[in-house]
Design a protein around this ligand. Structure first.
Ligand SMILES: [Zn+2]
Length: 365
């Protein structure tokens, strides 16, 4: 077996390049996965543009589907050759942050390197692949805390069917879950990219009976109807805030999900919220946010603003794959383009410029 592998690494803002890297050594609690399918996330585009900093030379990507190549000596309950996924977020599930209900904010593995206090809380540090450690846009990836993070793929599900579980589906659904959507709720979802589409599907699964989806691309709005939207609004044609207030007789929505990460979408989500409603924010923001005083009722509107980083771990992945296996949701139509790893720079170019109606790309060896 070769000791080298191909990997897409961050070189400098504007440049992600395919290079040769050593295949990583497997520590006792790790698992080495041979990647069979991965994808590019909107967050990778923030990294590519230099809007979200990562170390030079880091392998990017955080959505692995693959086969266990080598198991660490301490990892129990799996076998080499097994098909698995792992969440984009790989918490240890042993830290204070994990036990206190915030596994995605688990930086306990950074304690030895002094990058966080002995408590181990570090914002976003549960996201390791392609952020702090080498990621999945490569021939192999090392999964840390493998016992907690490897999730076997049920027989009969294809790579593309489970490709959304590690991040997009987990994140999108969490927007509905963190918003605490109740049966009968009216929900607005701002932006219908892959995350927003999954938030729409999650809102439907959570019992929302009117789902209003907002985007500026007609193809995405068509897809959002397939994911469960009842009403779609193209913000290039009508003012979504005025239209949602009209549709709700001035009441506003119970839950507004923000799925892009801009001032405009955040502000619109706040402006359509009924008093006492919840703004559930999923986007990755690249600049400071301003809260409009009127929409915020001067701070007296009983509103809740919650943010969520993608939930990870094998139990989360098992549940999401169960949703797909049961046929409740089918997200495979979201894979619009396919590339070989060798052509990943072309895949980035297509995805970053949202050409040709792209939603998600599947990258295979
Ligand atoms: Zn992502």
């Amino acid at each position: 077996m070769s000791t080298k592998m191909k990997a897409a690494v961050f070189v400098r803002p504007g440049c992600i390049e395919l290079v040769d890297k050593p295949i990583p050594d497997v520590g006792p609690t790790d698992a080495l996965i041979r990647i069979t399918t991965t994808t590019i996330c909107g967050t990778d585009i923030h990294i590519l543009k230099g809007e979200y900093p990562v170390a030079k030379g880091l392998t990017v990507g955080h959505e692995p589907v693959g086969i266990i190549d080598k198991l660490g000596s301490a990892v129990r309950g799996y076998r080499e050759g097994q098909r698995v996924i792992a969440g984009a977020i790989c918490p240890s599930f042993t830290s204070y942050a994990c036990q206190d209900g915030s596994p995605s904010q688990d930086g306990s593995y950074l304690i030895p390197s002094g990058q966080c206090g002995n408590h181990g809380y570090k914002a976003t540090a549960g996201w390791r692949f392609g952020n702090i450690i080498d990621g999945t846009q490569a021939e192999y990836v090392l999964v840390p805390d493998a016992q907690a993070n490897l999730a076997p793929v049920p027989d009969g599900l294809t790579d593309e069917q489970v490709l959304m579980c590690p991040d997009i589906m987990s994140t999108g659904f969490s927007g509905a879950e963190s918003g605490k959507i109740r049966i009968g709720d009216v929900v607005a979802v701002f932006a219908q990219g892959p995350i927003g589409l999954c938030a729409t599907a999650g809102a439907k699964m959570s019992g929302a009976t009117t789902i209003i989806a907002v985007d500026g691309i007609a193809g995405r709005l068509t897809m959002s109807k397939r994911c469960g939207a009842d009403i779609t609004i193209n913000f290039r044609e009508v003012d979504p805030v005025a239209e949602i207030m009209r549709l709700t007789d001035g009441r506003g929505v119970d839950v507004a999900i923000e799925a892009l990460g801009t001032q405009g979408t955040f502000e619109s989500a706040l402006r359509v919220l009924r008093p006492g409603g919840t703004l559930s924010s999923l986007g990755v923001y690249s600049s400071d946010l301003t809260i409009p005083l009127g929409a915020f009722s001067a701070g007296l509107g009983d509103n809740k603003i919650v943010t969520t980083l993608c939930p990870g771990g094998k139990e989360r992945m098992r549940r999401l794959m169960g949703v797909i296996e049961s046929g409740r949701v089918d997200l495979s139509a979201m894979v619009t383009h396919r590339f070989k790893l060798d052509d990943i720079e072309a895949a980035y170019d297509l995805f970053a410029h949202q050409r040709d109606g792209v939603l998600k790309v599947a990258i295979t060896p």
